[in-house]
Write a protein that binds this ligand. Structure first.
Ligand code: 5RP
Length: 222
């Protein structure tokens, strides 16, 4: 089975977590795109979806799925029933690295607004310790050099993502070479630097369930 086929299987499996009459949070990326395409068949059962990026909103609308602004959604319900999204890495505690697509801040917001975070990945994303994938940090442009200096002091090699602006009008710094032994502590430390909007460690917003695609089928990690 190819990586693409494994992504397809987990995207379809995630439909089991979509409850009728609710608002669903939807992530960003190639796996999330497959989920959006699968969700189209169930669009009349849900009230609508909250998107974690402009690209996701566009794809949802393309399928005729109602897209709600998060603030509007939270005037109707206390929380979204579920958030479904991919990841760049996950560890045995279901901590994640995200942001390969640059949508990490909105992804973290929508995850925080949801009762359950279902992470859909193929088995290539499984790691013992986060950090092999360069850690994305969304930064207000003025603070770019400051944040890069902090990343160097932490032992990383920061690189500005070229030609990329986030949906929030900021830049992304990808930090290579960090070994993330304590995801909660590093998430907090980086987020405390002035100018950091958020970083791609999802430890506070770790997944509740990981659906991992393997050549033998979908494994549910709870
Ligand atoms: C986007 C993300 C994605 O979830 C992550 O990059 C995984 O993407 P893909 O499903 O294409 O492998 O965090 O910001």
């Amino acid at each position: 089975m190819t990586q693409d086929e494994m992504k397809q299987k987990v995207a379809e499996a995630a439909l089991d977590y979509v409850r009728e009459g609710t608002i669903v949070g939807v992530g960003t990326g190639s796996t999330a795109n497959k989920f959006i395409d699968a969700l189209a068949a169930r669009k009349d059962e849900i009230v609508g979806a909250v998107a974690s990026s402009e690209a996701t909103a566009k794809r949802l609308r393309g399928h005729g799925i109602t897209v709600l602004d998060l603030n509007e959604a939270l005037t109707r319900v206390n929380s979204l029933s579920v958030y479904i999204d991919g990841a760049d890495e996950f560890d045995p505690n279901k901590n994640l690295t995200k942001g390969g697509g640059g949508a990490l801040t909105r992804e973290k917001i929508v995850a925080a607004a949801s009762d359950v975070f279902v992470c859909i990945v193929d088995e290539t994303k499984r790691v013992a310790t986060l950090g092999a994938f360069p850690l994305p940090i969304e930064v207000i442009p003025m603070a770019r050099a400051l944040v890069m200096n902090v990343a160097r002091k932490l032992g990383g090699r920061p690189e500005l993502r070229q030609g990329f602006t986030t949906d929030n009008g900021n830049v992304i710094i990808d930090v290579h070479g960090l070994r993330i032994d304590d995801p909660l502590a590093l998430e907090d430390e980086l987020n405390s630097v002035p100018g950091v909007v958020t970083n791609g460690i999802f430890a506070h917003q770790r997944a509740d369930v990981v659906l991992m695609g393997t050549p033998d089928g979908v494994q549910v990690i709870e």
